[in-house]
Design a protein around this ligand. Structure first.
Ligand code: S3P
Length: 179
């Protein structure tokens, strides 16, 4: 799949709370790219919040929405894409993103993620008795997928601006490198 790549978009993957949306918005501003958040596209299409899709239709229905959106992303140009945390935990989704985007994974430890997401109640997968244990468990399952990103960026001890600068630098390098 990699030898058919044409990198003209930037995809940010990573666990909930790693800053994909904040970093993505800033990077899109600097690059003069469009910003797209897959969760927002799904909410607009479904006409309801992600948490309601999970509650009313179930997680498999949400994953189906994600796959559909990923297929459409192939046609995008000059777009910074922030994906839902579980979207790349599907080989086909990841492979599809890689055909047109540099895939950058934002990383943080379970403890740092918990610090960032606690108090937010819009993430159905973390509405559990022991959210930190759930984060650890999900992160362990997803790590092999996240590690397939082109670049892994540790977001701990770094501001959104610093992470965005790093991401933009990596994107410029990828565009100038022969593939
Ligand atoms: C999910 C992450 C969420 C959202 C949904 C499921 C996941 O997106 O797609 O709640 O499976 O990790 P964020 O990563 O933007 O919070």
């Amino acid at each position: 799949m990699n030898n058919t790549r044409s990198i003209h978009n930037l995809a940010l993957i990573g666990f909930m709370g790693t800053g994909k949306s904040c970093v993505g918005r800033l990077a899109a501003d600097v690059l003069h790219f469009t910003f797209l958040d897959t969760d927002h596209v799904i909410e607009a299409r479904a006409g309801k919040a992600v948490s309601d899709i999970f509650a009313q239709d179930g997680e498999p229905a949400f994953r189906q929405w994600e796959r559909r959106v990923v297929e459409e992303l192939i046609r995008r140009e000059k777009t910074v894409i922030a994906t839902g945390g579980g979207l790349p935990a599907d080989e086909a989704n990841l492979a599809s993103l890689k055909t047109h985007a540099l895939v950058i994974c934002l990383w943080a430890s379970p403890e740092a993620i918990w610090e960032r997401v606690r108090g937010h109640d819009h993430r159905p997968l973390l509405n559990q008795a022991d959210p930190l244990a759930r984060i650890r468990q999900l992160l362990a399952v997803r790590e092999p997928y996240y590690r397939q990103a082109d670049v892994l960026v540790n977001t701990e001890m770094r501001s959104v601006r610093e992470v965005a600068q790093h991401v933009i630098h990596q994107f410029h390098m990828a565009q100038s490198a022969p593939r």
